[in-house]
Structure formats: C-alpha cells, structure tokens
Design a protein around this ligand. Structure first.
Ligand code: ZN
Ligand code: ZN
Length: 468
C-alpha cells in the first residue's frame, strides 16, 4: 500500500503515521471487499484502531460496494438475513406446530430496519457471494436488453439500481415463498401451507410502491427468460424432451439457482409452481392500470434506452435491434438454438445419420453439457464455430462477415449452408481419411439403414444423382 502514497517534497517516504485519521478512514472505506479489509488491518495497528473506532460506517461502505449500490444494501441485507435464518431453521428440523388454526407465514423484518443492525462476518460473506451472482446476471441482462455489443454491463447507474434492487427483492421472494424441498406434498395440510404462502406472497408485493413492483416484475421476467435459455442449452445433446412438467410456473427459482444453472449448463426443475406471477397479477390489478400502461411500465422498469434499438440484420435487413447476433454474443445463442438443433440444420437426410451427428455433437462440446462444467470452454467452442463457419469460403463467400450482425432466422440459414461443410473440413483436419463421395450425397437414404455404407462413403457432399 505504501507504493500508492505520494513522495513529499523532501523525498522522505511518507508512512501511515503521517496521514490523518480522516484519510486512513477514507482508505478503509474504499477497499473493494471484506477480505481486503481483514488483510489491511492486519498490516498496521493504526489501521486496526481506525476500524475499531468506526466499525459500522466502514463495514457499511464496503457492504455497499459488495452489493453494487448504497440504495440496494437494505434489500440485499434483508435477503442475506433471511437465508441465514432459513439455514438455522433447517438445522433445527423442529416439527411444525400446526393445529387446527389457519397457518400464517410471517413477513420478514422490513428493509427499513436492516441498516440499524450491525453486519456480522457471516452476513458480510454471503453479501459478497450474492453480489457476485447479481453482477454476473447484470452482465448478461445488459447484453440481452441494453447493449448486445458489450459483454460487460453497460447499464447506466439509473438502470443498474432498479435492476439490482429488483433482483434482490425477487430473490428474497423466492427464499420466502418457494415450496421447501422438505415440505411433503402428500401431507394433508400441504395445500393449506401453499395457500398461506400465497397470502404472504400477495402481501409482500402489495407492500411495494408501484414503481418498485414493476421493478421486481422485470427482474422476475428476466429470471424466467434465463431459465428458458438454460433449458434450451441444457437440452443440448438430447433429441427428446429431457424434462416433463413444463406447465409449471418456474418463478420460484431465484437468481442464485438460475445463475448456477447457467454456469453449469444445467437445468433445475422445481417440484411445485412458483407463486410470483399470481401475486404480481393481483398486486398490479389493484393499481387499476390499463393493459398497455402495465405492459409499458414492466418493459421500461429497468432499461431506459436500448443501444442500437433500430439496427437491422446485415443479411436480410430486418430491423431486430437487440435481437441481433454477432461477435460479442455468440455464446448466448445456445439458449436459443440448442446443439441438438444445430444438427437438425444439416441438409438432406444427414440429421438422421448418427455416424455423422454423434461425433459432430462431441466436437461441438456436448460432453460439457453432460458433465455440467466448463461454461467458458463451451463459450469458446461456439464462438469459434460461428467464426469459422462465417469464414468458410463457399462460392466466393459474401453475405457473412465476422463483424456483421444477424437475425436468428439468418443464423439458422448460416447453419444450413455451412455446418456440413465446416464439419467435413474439421474431420479432414482431424486426420479422417478421404473417402469416396456417395453419388446421392446428403440425400442418400441408404446411409440411414446401412451402417457399413454410411461409414465407408462420404455423405457430406452435394448429390450427383437422384433428387438433387
Ligand atoms: Zn436476417
Ligand atoms: Zn450413400
């Protein structure tokens, strides 16, 4: 740290003892996280003394940094405290005392009370973990709803605040009202408990001012959108629907579980419906707004202005704005077109020739989806595939460029035109022997029922006989 301290005019190196308490206090407040704070106060008795004198204000400032904005801290703390309390309750495994009376799910202490209680070490740690999740989600949100050309968040402070606050509140909602894993669905009072949760959930949202309500709604809608993308991505290498019960309302999955699925290329399936959208509907109905106003307020609750909102597809010129695909957002496309769908875009009968599709899926990284790891590697594979397909020289190329932006329909066209050529080139690069072309090329039917034929001849070629 002494490196950062300026030299005085007589070149004597200044030490901490030359700095005023105020300056040292400011230094501690600007530390990026609690780990750095702990390490820093260990380096000097004087710094330790400063923290000892102002523990509340210094830890509050670092807590604000952890959750990204001072205005978000009460909501973030309320979540952290609920999670810690929930874990304690789980440990106690006390049988619930339910008699004939109506079951009541109490509200959590309000946000307004949060800052008055000093932060514990456990809370600080969880606050930072949550902050990390919300930051990652904000980067993705920004790429999908604000500025597709940047992988880091481009939300303005005016947009980041409602995003984060909405996310923390929705997360708390999920912690409070999601059906618990231990809650026995066959128990005769399960429906009563679910009804009690719904009443409390309704009240939770009704207590929010209108703007804040739409903010939480927008956060929930983004979680739903990510869940759907995770679902598509996780079905990467399956040719049949992997998961039943798709009729469930998935709004009981909060940012924590959504982001974990995203990182692991996996999908979490809740056992019962979430309650959010029912409560949201009731709370919004009470506002007495017409449908258009409701839709507009939900759509504008976070993003004020979309970068490139009127941009058009470089191939078909359709105006698609944020829904255009190119260099910075290729990895996210797996949430829209699964690896399995890639193989269906091969020409002719190739999609049903597993002598080609199985190794192709492997090449596209399907094992990452099975193992549930290495999102970074999966990102790289897909980005490289797109770039290499774009650069494949077909009849003089044209149309596609690496820095172009394309709509989803055109991206599918790119796959149809070039995936099979790319796959042929990759096989040759990988040392596969050159094989004689089948006359019927990708339209050959024999390759579907005669494995020997399928493996002896090349079918990644244009037919020269039969239906051309
Ligand atoms: Zn297009
Ligand atoms: Zn053939």
């Amino acid at each position: 740290m002494s490196n950062a301290v300026p030299f005085s005019s007589n070149t004597r190196v200044m030490s901490f003892s030359d700095l005023s308490e105020d300056v040292l206090d400011q230094i501690l407040r600007r530390l990026p996280d609690f780990k750095t704070l702990a390490a820093t106060i260990r380096t000097s008795k004087q710094l330790y003394g400063i923290l000892d004198a102002h523990p509340k204000s210094i830890t509050r400032k670092i807590a604000e940094t952890a959750c990204g904005h001072p205005g978000v801290l009460p909501a973030a703390l309320r979540l952290v405290r609920k999670v810690i309390k929930g874990n304690l309750e789980d440990d106690e495994t006390e049988p619930e005392d339910e008699d004939e009376n109506e079951i009541v799910v109490p509200q959590e202490p309000p946000e307004g009370e949060m800052l008055a209680v000093p932060l514990t070490r456990e809370e600080a740690q969880l606050l930072e973990e949550h902050g990390e999740v919300i930051r990652s989600m904000q980067d993705i949100y920004s790429r999908r709803h604000k500025d597709r050309m940047s992988s880091a968040s481009r939300l303005t402070p005016d947009e980041a605040l409602p995003f984060k606050r909405g996310m923390y509140r929705f997360w708390l909602f999920c912690e409070c009202y999601a059906p618990s894993e231990d809650d026995d669905r066959d128990d005769y009072r399960y429906d009563d408990r679910q009804a009690a949760r719904q009443r409390a959930a309704d009240e939770f949202l009704e207590l929010l001012p209108a703007d804040d309500l739409f903010e939480v709604g927008a956060a929930a809608a983004f979680c739903a959108e990510m869940h759907e993308c995770n679902y598509t991505a996780a079905n990467a290498a399956h040719n049949h629907p992997m998961i039943p019960n798709w009729h469930l309302d998935h709004s009981c999955l909060g940012p924590g579980s959504i982001m974990e699925d995203f990182e692991k290329l996996a999908i979490t399936q809740p056992e019962d419906s979430g309650l959010f959208w029912t409560s949201f509907e009731r709370a919004v109905t009470r506002l007495g707004l017409n449908q258009k106003t409701r839709d507009d307020r939900l759509a504008d609750a976070i993003t004020r202005e979309v970068v490139g909102a009127n941009d058009s597809c470089d191939r078909c010129h359709a105006v698609r704005g944020i829904d255009l695909w190119g260099a910075t957002n290729w990895p996210l496309i797996r949430g829209f077109i699964s690896l399995f769908e890639f193989t269906t875009l091969l020409p002719g009968h190739l999609p049903r020739n597993d002598i080609e599709t199985t190794p192709l899926l492997q090449r596209l990284g399907s094992e990452h989806y099975f193992r549930g790891t290495c999102r970074a590697e999966a990102d790289e594979i897909i980005t490289k595939l797109m770039e290499e397909m774009i650069e494949t020289d077909v009849d003089g190329g044209g149309t596609w460029t690496r820095d172009g932006w394309y709509c989803l329909d055109c991206v599918r066209e790119l796959f149809k035109e070039r995936l099979w050529r790319w796959w042929y080139a990759k096989k040759r690069e990988g040392g596969a022997p050159e094989m004689e072309n089948c006359w019927y090329g990708y339209n050959c039917r024999t390759m579907l029922h005669r494995r020997l034929h399928a493996s002896k001849l090349n079918h990644l070629c244009v037919p020269t006989r039969g239906e051309l």
